[in-house]
Design a protein around this ligand. Structure first.
Ligand code: NDP
Length: 433
């Protein structure tokens, strides 16, 4: 705590994991004698760098760039890049810490890392974004590589930004090293279904939790926060499975569409026009844009927080509970505050924690790396089938570990323990590091 006192979200992420591990620590005293907890909580390496760039008007700006390699116990550092004005070292450390256990849960050979910048892409032209990405990569390229550290996208970084970043990496290194970054467009080395993977995976995880109670998504109502990559494809898959998505949001407010959000209209607004949600058509079906409001006060059967950290407070949780919500499944990283999660558990509401529920994106990133290494291109259906298998595997792992430690249906405990044991086994095998 003392060492990281200026990083509250990082402390929050660690404090969410450590209590779950107590029964494992009690069974394995070597975790304490080898000081494995302190070691797993300290990043292997972290870089902070200046990113100077020039906008269309010729003005020069300076942003701060970050890359944290938290753990390479299971493979090269792997995790996305976030471009958002709220980014600082603590945010990147929390995301990288979560990523270690998430990547471990997938069962694949991936370490944990994360990076980004406090650059604000909102309102920036395409060329501004390109110049920023080029300057960012001019420093980052020294620290990454397909066997060292493999970045991807996150908030504010989609396939356009990945293209500019990869283009600059290629120029600087004189190598077409496809596996150095994931989230690439399918036309030049990306995997089909990567764009959809986090949202789809989140819905597959929710479906698996419901199946344990002999229920399905069919006919249920859902609210989804955010309207970015994860939110969009959560909405699409929910609709394909017969659920009705009645709300989504952005940082300006929320949309209430009692008859259901029109996915094609939303996709075109966000991915093609790159417009704000307030410009979604409100002329029919009682659709309303609620400025400055979130989605949690809208009565629903299921809630999918898919925007950002700490976006669902304990008070929001009370509203969901009062309105009869039966399941909360996290598409974003750490979107529910600890008090909210505690209330869901008290009320017996199914809770899918981010480490497990949103691991589909990184899992398909690993499949993208495999395709790059073998120069193969798999079909959308092939990748989607593998994603479904991976999400089932993650669900099973969480369920098993929750069962072993006498907390059935507590997927949070199951995910934390399931992720931790693999990492710590490797750390022990590698000796002191
Ligand atoms: P996008 O940038 O595509 O979308 C982010 C969405 O969240 C936007 O609608 C944005 O609204 C909203 N949002 C962002 N910050 C805030 C804020 N401070 N307050 C309110 N709304 C906000 O990002 P992604 O969809 O890729 O990521 C969403 C979440 O999912 C993040 O937590 C990310 O870490 C996590 N995640 C993403 C993965 C991926 O594959 N992309 C993989 C695993 C996890 P606005 O446009 O107004 O800012």
């Amino acid at each position: 705590r003392k060492r990281n006192h200026s990083e509250p979200v990082f402390i929050q992420a660690v404090e969410e994991v450590l209590p779950s591990l107590e029964p494992v620590i009690a069974e394995h005293p070597e975790i304490e004698s080898l000081n494995l907890l302190e070691r797993v909580c300290e990043p292997e390496r972290q870089f902070i760098f200046r990113v100077a760039w020039q906008d269309d008007a010729g003005d020069v700006h300076v942003n701060r760039g970050f890359r944290v390699g938290f753990s390479s116990a299971l493979g090269p550092f792997k995790g996305g890049l976030r471009f958002h004005p709220t980014v600082n070292l603590g945010v990147i450390k929390f995301l990288a810490f979560e990523q270690i256990f998430k990547n471990s849960l997938t069962g694949l050979s991936l370490g944990g890392g994360k990076g980004g910048s406090d650059f604000d892409p909102r309102g920036r032209s395409d060329r501004d974004v390109m110049r920023f990405c080029q300057s960012f990569m001019t420093e980052l390229h020294r620290h990454i590589g397909h066997q060292t550290d493999v970045p991807a996208g996150d908030i504010g970084v989609g396939s356009r930004e990945i293209g500019y970043l990869f283009g600059q990496y290629k120029r600087l290194t004189n190598r077409y090293e496809m596996g150095v970054i994931t989230g690439k467009d399918a036309s030049w080395g990306g995997s089909l279904a990567r764009k959809e993977a986090t949202g789809y995976g989140c819905v597959y995880f929710a479906e698996a939790m419901l199946a344990e109670r002999e229920e399905s998504l069919e006919g249920k109502t859902a609210v989804v926060s955010g309207s970015g990559n994860v939110a969009l494809y959560t909405i699409q898959k929910l609709q394909q499975k017969g659920a009705r998505v009645i709300s989504c949001s952005d940082s300006d407010g929320s949309l209430h569409a009692p008859e259901g959000v029109d996915f094609d209209c939303l996709k075109s607004l966000k991915e093609i026009e790159r417009d704000r949600l307030s410009n979604y058509p409100t002329s029919r079906g009682g659709v309303e844009f609620r400025s400055g409001q979130n989605v949690w006060d809208i009565p629903c059967d299921m809630a999918f927080p898919c925007a950002t950290q700490n976006e669902l407070s304990a008070e929001d949780a009370e509203k969901l509970i009062e309105n009869g919500c039966k399941m909360v499944c996290e598409g974003a990283n750490m979107p529910c505050e600890p008090g909210a999660v505690a209330r869901f558990h008290e009320e017996g509401i199914l809770f899918g924690p981010a480490k497990a529920a949103n691991a589909g994106g990184v899992a398909v990133s690993a499949l993208e790396m495999r395709q790059n290494a073998s120069l193969e291109h798999w079909t959308f259906a092939e990748v989607d089938t593998m994603l479904q298998d991976i999400m089932k595997g993650i669900h099973q792992r969480c369920k098993n570990f929750a069962g072993i430690y006498a907390t059935p249906e507590n997927y949070q405990v199951g995910a934390n323990i399931g992720g931790f044991v693999r990492v710590v086994q490797s750390m022990r095998a590698f000796g002191l590091s």
